[in-house]
Design a protein around this ligand. Structure first.
Ligand SMILES: C[C@H](O)[C@H](O)[C@H]1CNC2=NC(N)=NC(=O)C2=N1
Length: 96
């Protein structure tokens, strides 16, 4: 899958207001009520990643989850990243 142009990325990002683009990846940070809710979301996201065979770089500190998505093989952002971003948004929206 080929890397999207910055122009295409900006266009996609209009549908993802919480996400930003920098350093060849898209990024988001979520804050939950507590660690349990955060880790529960991470578990749900993990199943989706396996289903899509696409995986995030992420960091969890207590109730915050920071996620960066890029396609390593392409060296940048592809449609796969936006597909996973969409799944993540659905999971987090349902849970919040
Ligand atoms: C073999 C397998 O398809 C690859 O290693 C996949 C797995 N998950 C991946 N995840 C991400 N984010 N980028 C990749 O290039 C990637 N490649």
């Amino acid at each position: 899958m080929s890397k999207l142009s910055e122009q295409d990325i900006e266009k996609y990002l209009l549908r993802f207001p919480d996400w930003t683009y920098s350093n060849n990846a898209i990024h988001v940070e979520f804050e939950f009520d507590n660690f349990k809710d955060c880790f529960s979301a991470m578990s749900r996201i993990a199943f989706e990643c396996e289903a899509l065979n696409h995986h995030p770089n992420w960091t969890n500190i207590y109730n915050t989850l920071s996620i960066s998505l890029s396609t390593h093989d392409a060296g940048g952002v592809t449609k796969k990243d936006f597909k996973l971003a969409e799944a993540i948004e659905t999971i987090v929206e349902v849970q919040e």
